[in-house]
Design a protein around this ligand. Structure first.
Ligand code: HEC
Ligand code: HEC
Length: 331
């Protein structure tokens, strides 16, 4: 059971600031229990292995433990700890909740035991480290840290430690995001806008720019120059819908219908964001090469706008309470 989330939001008149008081659902705290979706999944499949990561209190007090703690800090507060590799206002935890521990939120303990694996996106077998690099390049709109660099070593140590005792190669309950069946009614922008306004805008703001406090994403931006770029997994409707269904609204995952999750995913991914770093010089060519799939909105016309222009180098969205992007979008 997730507790209903009550939110009181009061803005200081005349200031581009907002005070948000969360009662009952605590931010940045995240429910520790698994999501409804992963519970269903676990109940449905006898082949899934149930696993829970160790508590943080069990991190050893030695040189290895120090590396694990470094990884956890990087995961929670990525920009402050790895500024040279981050190009937006997200953290790893923005999409892998509870610092990559929460089942149904692509947790790192399940990821660690799943690599190396073939990925059609890269058309090759990727290592875990290569997977981390991909999330920096696309989801964080930044630069991939070099293999063996302190940032990757720390994130690997953290993930490895969390997976202690998990069987390698087994399908763990709560791995990745929930997979939703394709929706009977397709997806629709106007319906998605309604879902967004009713269930998301309070935190992520009506203009999608969320809320930054001291440069940290209290509520992360879901589109625009400070969000994930067009090459990210979250820019694909199936992955976004699965993430949203299992994890959003924060503290109340599993409360939307599948249809609502698909519609609101389409609404979010129906907005402009930083250019795909694989950009080939034209939207059409880039769409053909990387976004030809049925779940891509890049290079499509949504609500009368052709998507894929990117957000330029200065940041086109400042947001109601946002700040200008400090780094050029795209690469
Ligand atoms: C904008 C959202 C977003 C952000 C931010 C993000 N990721 Fe991801 N990540 C994803 C998506 C989407 C997937 C694919 C999940 C799936 O396939 O079900 C993924 C997958 C992964 C995987 C592979 C998981 C698996 O089970 O195969 C790893 C490892 C990973 N991310 C690490 C990171 C790290 C480390 C960071 C921070 C540097 C990060 N991610 C930031 C969205 C994000
Ligand atoms: C109670 C506040 C709250 C509500 C309501 C909420 N979110 Fe979130 N959302 C968050 C927070 C906080 C995170 C980042 C998680 C973290 O840092 O622990 C997040 C992360 C996300 C992300 C991944 C990061 C990013 O910025 O792209 C997406 C996508 C998202 N939410 C979509 C939605 C959608 C769609 C809804 C409505 C169905 C919604 N959220 C409702 C607070 C909220």
């Amino acid at each position: 059971m997730t507790r209903p989330c009550t939110l009181h939001l009061s803005r200081i008149a005349g200031l581009a600031a907002a005070i948000v008081v969360l009662a009952g659902c605590g931010r940045p705290g995240v429910p520790k229990q698994e999501t409804a979706a992963s519970r269903n999944e676990r109940a449905a499949s006898p082949h899934l292995v149930v696993f829970a990561p160790p508590p943080l209190s069990e991190i050893p007090d030695d040189a290895f433990g120090a590396e694990v703690r470094h990884g956890e800090a990087l995961f929670r507060n990525t920009l402050a700890n790895a500024p040279q590799y981050v190009g937006n206002s997200l953290t790893c935890q923005s999409c892998h909740l509870d610092a990559g521990r929460l089942a149904g939120s692509a947790p790192m303990w399940a990821a660690w035991v799943s690599y190396p694996a073939y990925r059609s996106k890269d058309r090759r077998v990727d290592t875990f480290a290569a997977r981390l690099q991909g999330c920096f390049r696309y989801s964080m709109n930044g630069k991939p840290p070099p293999l063996g660099s302190p940032v990757l070593v720390a994130l690997e140590a953290y993930s490895y430690w969390m997976a202690k005792g998990a069987p390698t190669g087994a399908l763990l309950a709560g791995a990745r995001y929930p997979v939703l069946p394709r929706p009977a009614q397709g997806w629709n922008y106007a319906r998605g806008k309604t879902v967004y306004e009713q269930h998301c805008a309070l935190c992520h703001s009506p203009d999608g720019q969320g809320l930054l406090v001291d440069g940290k994403p209290w509520f992360p931006p879901v589109w625009g120059s400070r969000s994930y770029n067009w090459g990210a997994g979250m820019a694909r409707l199936d992955l976004a819908a699965g993430f949203i269904k299992g994890n959003m609204p924060l503290g109340n995952g599993g409360s939307l219908t599948d249809q609502q999750a698909w519609d609101v995913a389409y609404y979010i991914d129906g907005h402009e964001r930083p250019q795909d770093p694989r950009y080939l010089g034209s939207i059409l060519a880039t769409r053909e090469a990387f976004h030809a799939g049925p779940f891509d909105t890049y290079g499509r016309s949504v609500d009368g706008r052709l998507l894929g222009a990117g957000t330029g180098t200065t940041g086109t969205t400042t947001g109601a309470h946002g700040k200008r992007a400090t780094k050029p979008a795209g690469t």
